[in-house]
Design a protein around this ligand. Structure first.
Ligand code: ZN
Length: 266
């Protein structure tokens, strides 16, 4: 088959990497606009310090930042390393999904979901908020995937949809109850509403069995991230931790579940 050609495979991998870099830049901008109350789709990209509109030369992922030595070309203001880092991360995430799922409809679905996860991680890091728009987008991508699966006949869409719903509900109920109990015990907000909604979405994508693994990983990552990045030690940026755990689940969720079910003899 032509798709088995190593050259075509390398070419596609390079394309996915470039797409990841460009989308990383776009998603960065989207997250910034969401947290600053600007329209997400309208208006040109501009320097966040001087407001100067950015031209094509300023918008090349990673390279623009590197060649301008991390400064705005117009006002000289420092531009955070987070921008090129996010672009690189987005490329790595896209390529990793492509390498695992190849030419499948799942690749498109999971790249879409990963993009949403990237945006909500950035907004959660900056403002401790996971915008509802990101949750809705993630659910819409899952729904579109299920419809496409049914139309193309690549899987049993009804069974997938039923398992999805069961996954979401089975995960969200104990997590929601736990968050209420923890709020009472700690006397303050523990798990944010956005975190609970995001775990519901994770249940939709991965089903409840993989979500058990996902929640454990997210808790460990949340504590680590909290120690590294949280400005206010009381709060843990759980959104990025859940997002990272989702990424891990996309790549090795199935194997991890078989492994730990094997450990307990199931
Ligand atoms: Zn500037």
């Amino acid at each position: 088959m032509i798709l088995d050609s190593p050259y075509l495979f390398a070419y596609c991998t390079a394309l996915v990497a470039v797409l990841g870099l460009c989308m990383g830049s776009f998603l960065n901008c989207m997250a910034w606009r969401m947290t600053h109350g600007e329209s997400v789709l309208r208006g040109r990209s501009h320097c966040t310090s001087c407001g100067h509109a950015l031209g094509p030369l300023d918008l090349v992922p990673v390279l623009s930042w590197a060649f301008s030595r991390g400064k705005c070309r117009y006002c000289g203001e420092h531009v955070s390393w987070r921008y090129p880092a996010t672009e690189l991360l987005c490329a790595i995430v896209y390529v990793s999904i492509w390498l695992v799922y190849g030419f499948t409809i799942e690749t498109i679905e999971l790249i879409g979901f990963a993009s949403v996860l990237l945006v909500l991680s950035l907004t959660d890091l900056d403002t401790y908020i996971i915008p509802n728009a990101t949750i809705i987008a993630a659910i819409a991508i899952r729904a579109l995937y299920l419809v496409a699966t049914g139309l193309l006949g690549t899987g049993d869409a009804l069974t997938l949809a039923r398992d999805s719903l069961i996954g979401g509900v089975v995960i969200v109920i104990p997590v929601y109850v736990l968050s209420i109990v923890m709020d009472r015990v700690l006397g303050r907000n523990s798990l944010g509403g956005g975190d609970v909604k995001l775990l519901f979405v994770a249940g939709l994508y991965f089903g409840w069995v993989q979500c058990m693994f996902l929640i454990i990983v997210a808790c460990i990552l949340g504590l680590l991230l909290g120690a590294i990045v949280s400005r206010d030690s009381k709060y843990i940026p759980f959104g990025p931790a859940i997002a990272l755990a989702c990424w891990l689940c996309m790549l090795v969720g199935g194997q991890a579940v078989s492994w730990y079910l094997g450990l307990v003899g199931l």
